[in-house]
Every structure is written in structure tokens, then in C-alpha cells.
Design a protein around this ligand. Structure first.
Ligand SMILES: *Cc1c(COP(=O)(O)O)cnc(C)c1O
Length: 473
């Protein structure tokens, strides 16, 4: 592609993106596509001859767009947000245009130094004390895997990488049942094993891990000859926002010299607001924390902030320097590939820097405070509405509710029918979860362009769908 053609299509793409964002509210939130429908529109084999950008771009609109679910839609209330602030989109374009590999300091010094600064700005923004260092990982799942590897190596005296796990005692990690599936996967991949993630019961409306039960489980494992390695604290569980008492868990962990990893992938973003920081009190004395700027904070996927208190342990676990990666004479510099699972690294710091500057921490706080207030107002309306009930206490901008028509037709099947009716309508998008064995519908407000009117509109959409299903006026 010659320079002028590139300019033309890059401008087309920019113009398309601006129109797309401006018109998002008019589109159905979730793709109304049947499995295989998009694939059927695509040729089974690649083109032998080059095609014109006109044709490729036209097919993007004709074939791809109908099969997209719109995560930036102001009435996207499913899962968790995956915000892509316009500032972040622009930074990603620049990153893509440069196409630099940012694995070592010398492969792009600005990328490394900007990462050090942007992640430290974020540390300050969420109120973590000095002494914490950070790195941008691709995802919370990778950050958690890195934390599991460090946990494992610490417990094995840093012999696991070399010797493997045979011949060592069985390692144990402790977590509640509210943690994300990436915790189980990290246990699989780190060789610790999913069966060695000991599930500690939770208590109270926050579904916090029972610290007494944790203490008892560790004691029982020690007596049985197991090797306790670490504790995973859940700050904002994916299902209904479970919140562990991190300080209490750290207290228990310290008595047994265990590593504590805090998964605050979603809720960690809210810590830019000082009033929410009591929710993760104790995180500041844990060993590792992950929070995703690619969720609430608007630095689009992938941008996961991994904060680490003892970088030496982390590097002893993950750093590997084959001859071709040695930076002779530059050993005082940071080489972030030694901090992560992957070797090649995207320039992710650029979008975080753009976002923090374009919104300011105060702008991010205002957005999050609005989402929390609007969502909790909506939860109160459901709690007061006949037939509806909350499945658990709201946490930040997340809650889950149920509907019971009161004629014996309630239960899981009715909840699924209600969810499908709401989502098929296309006005809003919600996802289900299971709370205490029964289905419930989750609601979270988090998209950057969501307004109070968008959140309020969910009430009418859901209530009308429930009425239509039950045949009531
Ligand atoms: C979203 C989420 C994850 C996974 O995040 P990725 O960045 O997609 O790996 C892990 N834990 C929690 C609590 C989450 O909300």
C-alpha cells in the first residue's frame, strides 16, 4: 500500500470510528446473529490475488459489523465494562502505526520509561503507597499467572523452575469460591494444580473469605504435610462483586509466610475514588495486586496493571536472559519482558498515558461515582418493585436481581426467559449469574458514555419484559 492510499484509508477509518461512536445508541446492544451466520458470508479460502481496500472495507461494514456486540454502547450493562476511551483509541492507532516491539529498554526506550511513569501515576491514583512497583500485563489472567509462579517459587526456595515440581511437597493456595476462573487456570498452568486451590467458605453480605476458616485450613494442610504457598484475595468478584477482608487475610498469611495476591481486576479501578478504598483495605500490604485499566478506566483492552511489592522475588521467578536478549552495558535499565510471561510486548503504556491525561483522575472519579450512584438507585427501585428482589447487596455499580411472578412459575427457567426477552429486545444487554444456587440477572453500569437516563431506562425495559412474560398489564 503506498503512502497516499494509507493516508486515505486511515482517514476513512478515523471518520468511520467517529460516526460509529456517535451512532452507537441507535444500534441494538447485542449482535442478533445465529452461530455460523457470519462464517457463511466469508469465502473458505484466502485470496490469491491482492484485493482493493474498497472491497475489504465494504465487507468490514457488510459482513463484520452485523456480528458485533457493542461494548461501548451506553446501555451495555452485561459482564464488566471494557471501556475504550477515544483518547485510548487514538493512542492505539499510533501504537499500531509504529508497530514497535517493547520487550527491552533498548528496543524502544520511550516505551519502557513511559510505562514506568504511567504505571506509577496509576499507583498514586489508586492510593497505593510508595514502594510498590508496577508493570502493564496483557490481562489480569496473565498477571495472576505470574503471581502464582512467584508464589510457587517462593514456597519452593526458587527451585521449581529448574527442578520441576516432582519430589516437592504438594503446594496449596487458598481462595474463596467467589474468585475468577483465571485463578483456577493459573493453578493449572503453574503446576500447582486445580485440586490444590483450597476453597475457603465465605461469610456475611460481602461474601468475604472467613479468616478463621483460612487459618484452620492452613493448619490442617501443614499437619498433613502439604506446602502452603499463598492466598488469593477477591476484591470485586465477577459474579456479584464479593469483597474479601484483605487486611484480615494478610494477617493470617503473614503468620505463615504466605504470598498474597489481590484480584481487583474490575473493582480496583474504583480506587481512584478515596471513598471506595476501605473496600480493599489491606491491599497496600499484600504482595501483588492486579487491576484492569481496560475495564472501567478506559484504557482499552489490553491493559492490565500488575503491582508488585517485592520485585526481586518476581524477577527471580520470571527473568530469563538468553544471549540474544542481553543488553550489554545497559543493565541499569528496566527490561519489562523480564516481568511478564510473554517476550514480545505491545506499547501499552501509550494509551494509559493518553487516558490519564485526557480525562484527569478527577474525570475518572466523576464517571465512576456517577455509575455507582445511578446503579445503586436502580437497585433500590427493583428492591421496592413488587415481584422483584435483589439477589445480594449491591457492590459499587454492580447488583443482581430476581423476578418472581408469584404464581409458581418463577425460578431459573423464568429468569432465563426474562433475560432472553430483555436481550432480544436489543435496548439493553444483561448477563446472568448464579447466586446461592439460583439464577439471577446481573446489572452493572460502567460504559463511559452511559448517562443516568440510560441506567433509568433499564428499569422500564426489564419491568415491561417481566409483565409481558407473565401476561400482566
Ligand atoms: C475480568 C476479570 C478477570 C479477567 O480479566 P482479564 O484481563 O480478561 O484476564 C479476572 N478477575 C476478575 C475479578 C475480573 O473481573
Amino acid at each position: 500500500m503506498d503512502g497516499e492510499t494509507f493516508r486515505h484509508w486511515a482517514l476513512q477509518a478515523a471518520s468511520w470510528a467517529a460516526d460509529y461512536r456517535a451512532g452507537l445508541g441507535e444500534r441494538p446492544v447485542r449482535a442478533a446473529t445465529r452461530p455460523g451466520e457470519i462464517r457463511a458470508m466469508l469465502p473458505p479460502s484466502p485470496p490469491e490475488a491482492a484485493e482493493a481496500m474498497e472491497a475489504i472495507f465494504a465487507d468490514f461494514e457488510r459482513v463484520v459489523m452485523p456480528g458485533m456486540t457493542h461494548w461501548q454502547h451506553p446501555r451495555f450493562f452485561a459482564y464488566f465494562p471494557a471501556n475504550a476511551s477515544p483518547a485510548s483509541v487514538i493512542a492505539e492507532f499510533l501504537t499500531a502505526a509504529m508497530g514497535a516491539q517493547c520487550l527491552l529498554w533498548q528496543t524502544s526506550p520511550a516505551a519502557t520509561e513511559l510505562e514506568t511513569v504511567a504505571i506509577d501515576w496509576l499507583r498514586q491514583a489508586v492510593g497505593l503507597p510508595e514502594g510498590w512497583r508496577g508493570v502493564i500485563q496483557d490481562s489480569a489472567s496473565s498477571a495472576t499467572l505470574a503471581a502464582f509462579l512467584t508464589m510457587r517459587e517462593r514456597a519452593l526456595g526458587f527451585r521449581g523452575n529448574g527442578e520441576g515440581l516432582c519430589g516437592h511437597s504438594r503446594l496449596r493456595v487458598y481462595a474463596s469460591g467467589e474468585v475468577h476462573s483465571s485463578i483456577d487456570k493459573a493453578a493449572w498452568i503453574s503446576g500447582i494444580g486445580g485440586e490444590n486451590v483450597v476453597r475457603i467458605p465465605t461469610r456475611g453480605p460481602r461474601r468475604a473469605m472467613d479468616a478463621g476458616a483460612l487459618e484452620a485450613a492452613i493448619a490442617a494442610d501443614l499437619a498433613a504435610g502439604f506446602l502452603p504457598a499463598g492466598v488469593v484475595a477477591c476484591v470485586g468478584g465477577t459474579s456479584v462483586g464479593a469483597m474479601d477482608d484483605v487486611a484480615a487475610l494478610v494477617g493470617v498469611a503473614r503468620r505463615h509466610d504466605l504470598f498474597v495476591h489481590v484480584d481487583a481486576a474490575w473493582a480496583g479501578g474504583a480506587m481512584v475514588c478515596p471513598e471506595f478504598r476501605p473496600l480493599w483495605a489491606g491491599a497496600e500490604v499484600a504482595d501483588s495486586i492486579v487491576l484492569n485499566p481496560h475495564k472501567w478506566l478506559g484504557a482499552q483492552f489490553d491493559c492490565s496493571a500488575h503491582f508488585i511489592r517485592d520485585v526481586d522475588q518476581h524477577l527471580r521467578t520470571l527473568s530469563i536472559q538468553p544471549e540474544y536478549l542481553r543488553t550489554h552495558g545497559h543493565d541499569e535499565v528496566t527490561n519489562y519482558s523480564e516481568w511478564s510471561i510473554q517476550t514480545g510486548r505491545r506499547f501499552r503504556a501509550l494509551k494509559l498515558w493518553f487516558v490519564l491525561r485526557a480525562h484527569g483522575i478527577e474525570g475518572l472519579r466523576e464517571m465512576i461515582r456517577n455509575h455507582v450512584r445511578w446503579s445503586q438507585d436502580l437497585a433500590r427501585r427493583f428492591a421496592a418493585e413488587p415481584g422483584f428482589s435483589l439477589a445480594c447487596e449491591p457492590v459499587l455499580s454492580l447488583f443482581a436481581f430476581r423476578h418472581d411472578p408469584g404464581d409458581g412459575r418463577g425460578g431459573d427457567a423464568h429468569m432465563l426467559a426474562l433475560l432472553q426477552a430483555v436481550n432480544d429486545g436489543g435496548k439493553i444487554y444483561l448477563t446472568p449469574t448464579r447466586v446461592d444456587g439460583h439464577l439471577a440477572i446481573r446489572f452493572q453500569a460502567g460504559a463511559m458514555d452511559t448517562t443516568q437516563a440510560d441506567v433509568d431506562s433499564a428499569f422500564d425495559v426489564i419491568r415491561d419484559a417481566a409483565r409481558a412474560l407473565t401476561g400482566r398489564p
